[in-house]
Write a protein that binds this ligand. Structure first.
Ligand code: SF4
Length: 297
């Protein structure tokens, strides 16, 4: 789908939404031509008080349009988020306007459905709930906000509330000098079509894995020193990605050894290594994880 942006450059969020709403479309940024079958023009205008976005959506002869405004308040950083939200919401609402106009056969051919999580993208739909609870809102208010702001249906909002409330309880248990440790392995065997993570397929970047592991180990050791100096206490450890399953057993062993030597993990109730791709799992790798006390895969 051709995307034309006027008055903003919110590529990331629009491309994430495009993947969810139009799973077969790839974003391009060439100028829109009269013969184009799929394009969307998203224009933003700002006053001191708000950001107003208009969307024009053309899809295989069907058209939709929407206008959406979001107030701009707070710091520059907060305003950036409000702008991004306004563009994403406007794109989503234009899609909702388009969807009922499309014939069944076209929807089926293009794999278009109404997204079960409203306009949310990514893998943490409970995040807005946890944030709202941290701001002091009641669970009911947090859920209402998720439904109103992100157009999440009741059933999914209830699920997000359940999950977000658990996350909030875990956060509340952290004391002042407690920290969470995260190690990212930004490589995957191949790239999944729906992926929103920072990751490279090893087909394209195999030669980077070994130098990355070396640099990572140096960083783990430096991080350990910093944590000791500042009397911080790790409470959780999570290795994610990408998918850490692409590491060889020796690379996994080297990283986890550096980790154990650099940090005191005795206060971590859970040590997690994410292996999201079954094609990367071997008995040897699982044995390495077990030997380092990993409690959750
Ligand atoms: S395995 Fe995970 S991180 Fe890697 S491409 Fe697939 S979804 Fe993205």
């Amino acid at each position: 789908m051709k995307l034309e942006f006027l008055g903003h450059d919110e590529r990331y969020i629009v491309e994430q939404s495009l993947m969810t709403l139009f799973p077969l479309e790839k974003p391009t940024y060439d100028a829109v031509q009269p013969e184009d079958e799929a394009w969307c023009r998203l224009a933003a205008e700002e006053t001191a008080a708000d950001c107003q976005v208009t969307a024009e959506l053309h899809y295989h002869g069907y058209t939709a349009a929407w206008t959406f405004a979001s107030p701009l308040t707070g710091t520059d950083f907060e305003k950036e988020g409000q702008r991004r939200y306004a563009v994403a919401a406007c794109f989503y609402l234009a899609f909702l306007d388009l969807y009922p106009k499309l014939p069944e056969a076209l929807r089926a051919a293009e794999k278009l459905t109404l997204p079960p999580w409203g306009m949310l993208t990514g893998v943490r739909p409970d995040k807005p709930i946890t944030r709202a609870l941290m701001e002091g809102k009641t669970p009911e208010e947090a859920k209402r906000e998720l439904k109103a702001r992100y157009f999440v249906p009741e059933e999914r909002a209830a699920l997000a509330l359940e999950t977000g409330a658990v996350g909030y309880q875990a956060l509340k248990r952290l004391e002042k000098r407690d920290i969470d440790l995260y190690v990212g392995i930004p490589f995957c065997p191949t790239r999944c079509a729906y992926c929103s993570f920072v990751s490279q397929s090893v087909e394209r970047s195999f030669s980077l894995v070994e130098p990355y592991v070396k640099a990572l180990i140096a960083e783990i050791r430096a991080g350990g020193e910093m944590v000791r100096k500042n009397h911080l206490r790790p409470r959780t450890f999570y290795m994610g990605g990408g998918t850490p399953g692409i590491l060889t057993p020796d690379q996994m062993d080297a990283i986890l050894t550096a980790l154990e030597e650099s940090f005191d993990l005795s206060a971590c109730p859970e040590i997690t290594v994410e292996i999201g791709r079954p094609d990367t799992i071997t008995a040897e790798k699982l044995a390495v994880l077990k030997s380092h006390g990993v409690t959750r895969v």
